[in-house]
Design a protein around this ligand. Structure first.
Ligand code: NDP
Length: 300
């Protein structure tokens, strides 16, 4: 039986709608407008696209968007000065420094200079520690988006076997923490994992975040499992014409969809959830800063 397709695009639109409603209420009832500052260093084309898209969706949700574009040659101290200025700005509730930074910068140092309560990417060491110890934190956007999709699919995740493929700080590790927080039995697999197909076959939930095109075939998937494909890989697509490419996930969609109970497509699955969760995190940060109730269903 073909798997149910989890429509991340539609779900993300719903999340953005809920954020926008809450933002409108904050304005009406308290005269507050949440603000997100995005800092871009250099001219990386992919980063420029992300930043534009983030700014556009921030404004569409009724929030203020502040963009700081710095030259690739800016010194680390100058960047840190911008971060400090944003930390102190009461109109800014969320700060995101677009990664990767140029090679002469220490990314950890820059991220840890962001005020933790404004760290809407959830990468600050204090937020990482808080997530790991089950305390209220800012949660990284992509894993938060995956969690929302899984909760919408299953309600309670308690007791389910979850396998997270990948152990990056951005996706794999926080994803595993979130699933553990929802009482899954969690396995984190990586490039040294033995018998990976067998490990994946035990999973009721598979989250694939490895960055290897179509690495997970359908015969690794337990029948009926829910598959969340985080991977975004561009591959050649000669069938579309010379020099053309297309996006695929880390899961071989065609064969996995034959076996899984539900699956996210690429594109249109996890991808759109990431910016939606960035907006949700900015709203959450604003509510926390003003001691107002947090939006329901938009945090971990
Ligand atoms: P990283 O490269 O940081 O991490 C990849 C992980 O996959 C590592 O832990 C690595 O293991 C593991 N891995 C690599 N090869 C294998 C293998 N053959 N078998 C098992 N494990 C393997 O990637 P990210 O976590 O940053 O991103 C993962 C994917 O998600 C990428 O395609 C990226 O584009 C996508 N992504 C999508 C986002 C979205 O918005 N949808 C956001 C962020 C990322 P080891 O640690 O042992 O090397």
């Amino acid at each position: 039986m073909a798997a149910q397709v989890i429509d991340g695009k539609e779900f993300a639109a719903e999340v953005r709608g809920r954020v926008a409603e809450h933002v409108a209420r904050l304005k009406d009832e308290h005269g507050i407008t949440p603000g997100l500052a995005v800092v871009l260093v250099g001219e990386d084309p992919a980063s420029q696209v992300y930043v534009r898209s983030k700014g556009k969706q921030t404004v569409e949700a009724g929030m203020e968007s502040f963009e700081h574009k710095l030259d690739a040659s800016v010194s680390q101290d100058e960047l840190l000065a911008v971060v400090q200025q944003l930390n102190a700005d009461p109109k800014v509730h969320g700060i995101l420094v677009q990664l990767p930074l140029p090679a002469h910068m220490n990314e950890d140092l820059v991220i840890n200079a962001i005020a933790p309560e404004k760290d809407v990417d959830g990468f600050h060491i204090s937020n990482v520690g808080r997530l790991g110890t089950g305390q209220k934190s800012m949660v990284p956007c992509t894993p938060l988006g995956c969690l929302m999709l899984l909760r919408a699919q299953h309600g309670s995740l308690s007791g389910m076997n979850a396998v997270v493929l990948g152990r990056s700080n951005i996706v794999g590790k926080p994803m595993a923490q979130l699933l553990l927080g929802d009482s899954c039995t969690v396995t984190i697999a990586h490039s040294r994992t033995r018998d990976l197909p067998e490990v994946v076959r035990r999973a009721d939930i598979v989250v694939a975040a490895v960055g290897r095109p179509e690495m997970v075939p359908g015969d690794w998937i337990k029948p009926g499992a829910t598959v969340i494909d985080v991977g975004i890989n561009r591959i050649d697509a000669p069938e579309k014409g010379e020099g053309k490419t297309r996006l695929v996930g880390d899961v071989d969609y065609a064969s996995a969809a034959e076996v899984a109970g539900a699956i996210t497509p690429v594109p249109g699955g996890v991808g759109p959830m990431t910016i939606a969760c960035l907006l949700a995190n900015t709203l959450t940060a604003c509510c926390r800063a003003r001691n107002l109730p947090e939006p329901e269903g938009l945090t971990a």
